[in-house]
Design a protein around this ligand. Structure first.
Ligand SMILES: [Fe+2]
Length: 191
């Protein structure tokens, strides 16, 4: 079987296994964030000459610990790397592929504290993640899920969209494309 098809199946079945410890919104995230990010990654990889298969694989796995734990668990990022390595290995990906997909793209996709992906596939993933945040109802759904006060929610969203547009968006044409969405969300959550 094609290794990307096998990977997609194993990611889908991990989310579908509905582990009791997983994030409450894991099902929604799989359908409305993970798959959406993978679709954007495919478009961006074609546009910017990245490896399409590795860019899509990274997107499918980038938040995979949502299937096993809360997003706010301090070990979430580490767990995503661990599960990613396991599923990629099972699907037949090489150490060289994992160096790009896991050790660069997934590891640095949040672009926290100035830590940025170096590979083109990592840049595609970070940008695709921004598309999936800014071009969908992600922030509306999050508002309904996070159990934060209105002020906390506004601050959380306003901080996150700044990272989406300024740090995670690696291509000028993508930033231009996302700017109206960013400005709209910023205006709404600044009221
Ligand atoms: Fe994400």
């Amino acid at each position: 079987m094609n290794r990307l098809v096998e990977l997609k199946k194993s990611v889908a079945s991990l989310y579908a296994s509905k582990l009791p410890t997983r994030a409450d919104w894991a099902d929604w995230l799989y359908d409305n964030h993970v798959i959406v990010a993978a679709e954007f990654a495919e478009i961006l990889a074609k546009r910017h000459g990245a490896n399409i298969e590795l860019s899509v694989a990274a997107s499918l796995l980038h938040d995979v610990a949502d299937a096993t734990m809360s997003r706010f668990d301090p070990t979430h990022a580490k767990e995503s790397l661990k599960i990613s390595r396991k599923l990629l290995n099972q699907a037949g990906y090489s150490d060289k592929d994992m160096a790009i997909v896991v050790d660069d793209a997934i590891r640095y996709h949040s672009c926290h504290d100035g830590e940025m992906p170096q590979s083109i596939e990592g840049k595609v993933l970070a940008t695709a993640d921004s598309y999936a945040h800014l071009k969908t109802d992600f922030y509306i759904f999050a508002a309904n899920q996070l159990g934060k006060s209105l002020e906390e929610l506004k601050n959380w969203t306003l901080k996150k969209i700044e990272r989406d547009i300024n740090d995670k968006c690696f291509f000028d044409d993508a930033r231009e494309e996302l700017m109206p969405d960013y400005l709209m969300i910023k205006e709404l959550f600044s009221r």
